[in-house]
Design a protein around this ligand. Structure first.
Ligand code: HEC
Length: 182
């Protein structure tokens, strides 16, 4: 009986060592490219999404404590221009070389289809505060104030319904009289 348990434990240990060695050899043989333009690994996106969802947890339920006013949105524009635009772009402007060189690609948050207007505000605020590890998305929890993080969250959460004045403030002189965003 006890020798059967012994063989069983040995089997588990051998399997574990085999897996670790296999993973090492796979990486050593170049199986995991660190180039930003390499194709994603099998399951890479699935694992990243699952880990992110678990990390965010119930921050999803958090609501923006600030009222949606032009003053708060305008403050959000200033934060966005200073800290986000280089990666996430400005409406109607070409993507920067920095944005084009990143993996994963930073979604252009003012382009239809890539906006986060349907995401819960709590999720966007969590990402702005903590960042997304191994993606290049910085965490701003220690560098932007509580209000600034909610103001920029408010801005990107309302990217599809901004007043002409706010749109004009983001894109410089453009926006008014442009083709509508929906
Ligand atoms: C250095 C580049 C960089 C900067 C600066 C940056 N981000 Fe990001 N951001 C990224 C990348 C890359 C991703 C994609 C991460 C991923 O796919 O997992 C991302 C993801 C996001 C997402 C999630 C988008 C989605 O579709 O789920 C939000 C929201 C976001 N960033 C907001 C911001 C805000 C707001 C700022 C400024 C306060 C900012 N980011 C600054 C690179 C950046």
């Amino acid at each position: 009986m006890s020798s059967r348990v012994g063989w069983f434990v040995l089997g588990i240990v051998t399997m574990f060592v085999g897996l670790v060695c296999g993973a090492y050899l796979f990486v050593r043989a170049g199986g995991v490219s660190m180039e930003t333009n390499a194709r994603p690994l099998p399951l890479e996106k699935t694992v990243a999404r699952l880990a992110l969802r678990t990390s965010i947890g119930n921050a999803t339920d958090q609501k923006d404590p600030l009222p949606v006013t032009d003053a708060n949105l305008l403050a959000g524009v200033h934060v966005y221009e200073d800290h986000c635009a280089v990666c996430h772009g400005l409406p109607g402007r070409a993507r920067t070389a920095i944005a084009r060189g990143m993996f994963p690609s930073p979604p252009p948050l003012f382009e239809k289809g890539d906006m986060v207007t349907d995401d819960p505000e709590g999720v966007t605020h969590w990402k702005v505060t903590h960042g997304i590890r191994l993606s290049g998305m910085p965490g701003f929890g220690r560098t932007l104030s509580h209000a600034e993080r909610w103001q920029v969250t408010m801005l990107v959460a309302h990217a599809d319904t901004l007043s002409p004045a706010i749109r004009a403030a983001i894109g410089g002189a453009r926006a008014e009289g442009e083709r509508p965003s929906r």
